[in-house]
Ligand binder design. Structure first.
Ligand code: GDP
Length: 292
């Protein structure tokens, strides 16, 4: 993907005919986005936006036309990812309750701890709730991580009642004046029939009424991100997205599809296994990487 778009820009700048260069560049961009797992309908709407702006806006002199075109492409892609500025990741009110959702193995539990550490460092009083009652080791994993970052974890390994644990955890922390409460829910595998897990997700959402639902997706998820995010969004409206494993080779193109499916904003990216390897999402940097 990276190389594809870099090559496309190079080819575009070297092409002697502007109109032909624009046409070819849009085709190359579409191809690069599609091979990078961005949903076709989305690629088409992005390229239509670019074409419409080309038709509507007055182009500068011939000398500057190509740079102008590239800046339009850049702006349209940035806009899609949330504009020029980094997202506001601070709680919009206190106390603030976050519900984490995601497929198993996406890095949800790790990200839960990373976010707790992030907010703790910002000075908030943070509590974690272990409501993943499906994966046997999930409770222990969160307790371990909690110890590491010195953030208390509420849980009940003897109970399978994820809704009850979530509610009790929230109330317990609220009564102790905690400010940011993050609930780690069961990792759905997300594909095929799993109605009961989606029902549980909805029940937790309805009972807890979180201020934000954060979808954690692995950078390598690909096109599946669209259906997965839509499915989750129906039962627990997704407000934010975290892309994990951005330190790997996957470029995170699937994230575009998750954004399209939910209208949510990407807030953080995970860049490693350690609790401090979390960065606030930077749309400009993300797009710069795409455009080379
Ligand atoms: P969950 O099933 O979604 O809760 O996933 P886990 O939090 O247990 O993470 C699954 C694996 O991914 C673990 O080995 C994590 O250390 C790893 N992981 C999570 N986030 C990242 C990341 O940003 N980068 C890398 N390289 N590994 C990660």
């Amino acid at each position: 993907m990276l190389d594809n778009i870099k090559d496309a820009v190079k080819k575009f700048l070297g092409n002697s005919s502007y109109d032909k260069a624009v046409e070819e560049f849009i085709k190359d961009l579409q191809k690069a986005l599609i091979t990078s797992d961005v949903k076709v309908s989305l690629v088409l709407s992005l390229s239509n936006n670019i074409k419409q702006r080309l038709a509507k806006e007055k182009s500068p002199s011939v000398m500057e036309r190509k740079e102008w075109f590239i800046s339009i492409v850049y702006e349209e892609l940035s806009k899609f990812f949330g504009g020029d500025r980094a997202p506001n990741v601070l709680p919009s009110k206190l106390p603030y309750v976050i519900m984490m959702v995601g497929v198993q193995g996406s890095g949800k539990t790790t990200t839960t701890a990373k976010m707790a550490y992030f907010y703790k460092k910002k000075g908030y009083k943070v509590g974690l709730v272990a409501a993943d009652t499906y994966r046997p080791a999930a409770y222990d994993q969160l307790v371990q991580l909690g110890k590491q970052i010195q953030v208390p974890v509420f849980g009940d390994p003897s109970s399978k009642d994820a809704v009850g644990i979530s509610l009790r955890g929230k109330e317990e922390f609220l009564s102790q004046k905690f400010e940011v409460i993050i609930i780690d829910t069961a990792g759905r595998h997300g594909y095929g029939e799993e109605t009961s897990l989606l029902e549980e997700m909805q029940s937790i959402y309805d009972a807890v009424k979180p201020d934000d639902v954060i979808l954690v997706i692995d950078a390598s998820i690909g096109q599946k991100a669209y259906d997965l995010a839509s499915k989750f969004h129906k039962v627990a409206p997704i407000g934010s997205i975290v892309i994990t494993k951005m330190d790997g080779t996957a470029k995170g193109g699937g994230a575009l599809s998750a954004v399209a499916a939910t209208g949510a904003q990407i807030k953080f990216i995970g860049t490693g296994e350690k609790v401090n390897e979390l960065e606030v999402f930077d749309p400009r940097r993300f797009v710069s990487r795409l455009l080379g």
